[in-house]
Ligand binder design. Structure first.
Ligand SMILES: [Zn+2]
Length: 262
């Protein structure tokens, strides 16, 4: 693919190839496509995946009736191209966030550093284990927390699994000597053992992909929740749509790692 406008000295913006190559274009009604192009252009002009546009700006630029704006915006959200909040403040406006059309997840900031096992923050370690051990009783300890061990069936109600979150985070062990995972290990060992419970054998690379996916999706969910809380007043239906983009994480991961689920 090459830029055929090169040399014409004109300003242009980019449209993700997925829109055409995955057939999304055929599902996009004209009005929704116009709004999507406006969002893409505005976002690239501002160098930010998050943009605000008023209804008036949208109706004027796209020449569509204001009653058609919200249904079209919802269509874009349903296709996973954007998430949005509709705010009533000083004049109504929409806050759009462009999503990666391939994953339907927010576009990570360019400054978002690549994660590495040795430099995970306490919060990141904690968020991974809480995601995996969510339904289990847990309580904090001096350097981490204890929770029910998912790897053995006897005395399952006792919190025998201890996880170290501080310095060199993610090291865990089960205090039940009869547990086959008694020795514990690193976060990678935990993820591999966890998948083993589900009858899957995965290697450490795949385990790391899952861990980083969980940490990043939890962080993005938190970011969106924070943003929802700071709005003056948020249209309830629009807010539901924004939440909706995070309910398909398993589905998304399916596409990310191939024929396997989280
Ligand atoms: Zn155990």
């Amino acid at each position: 693919m090459s830029n055929i406008f090169r040399g014409l000295g004109m300003v242009y913006f980019q449209v993700p190839d997925e829109i055409v190559s995955t057939g999304l274009l055929s599902k996009l009604p004209g009005k929704a496509l116009s709004i999507y192009l406006l969002i893409l252009a505005t976002a690239q002009r501002k160098s930010s995946p998050i943009v605000r546009l008023t209804s008036a700006e949208i109706t004027e630029a796209c020449d569509i009736n204001k009653n058609h704006v919200t249904p079209s915006v919802k269509k874009l959200a349903a296709l996973g191209l954007i998430s949005f909040l509709h705010r009533k403040g000083a004049g109504w406006f929409y806050e759009f966030e462009l999503l990666d059309p391939g994953t339907r997840l927010p576009i990570p900031p360019a400054s978002e550093k690549e994660l590495s096992l040795g430099t995970l923050t306490r919060k990141q370690v904690h968020s991974y284990f809480m995601y995996r051990l969510l339904p289990d009783f847990s309580h904090p300890t001096d350097d981490g927390f204890v929770a029910r061990c998912p790897f053995h069936s006897s005395h399952k109600l006792k919190p025998t699994l201890s996880v170290k979150v501080a310095g060199g985070g993610g090291v865990w062990k089960c205090h039940d000597t009869d547990c086959e995972r008694h020795d514990g290990g690193s976060m990678l060992d935990f993820e591999m053992a966890f998948q083993h419970l589900r009858g899957r054998r995965i290697n450490s690379t795949s385990a790391w992909e899952r861990i980083t996916f969980i940490i990043r999706s939890q962080e993005r969910k938190e970011m969106l929740d924070d943003r929802a809380l700071t709005g003056v007043s948020i249209d309830a239906a629009a807010d539901e749509d924004a939440e909706e983009s995070f309910t398909t994480n398993e589905e998304t991961f399916y596409t990310l790692v191939g024929n396997d689920v989280l």
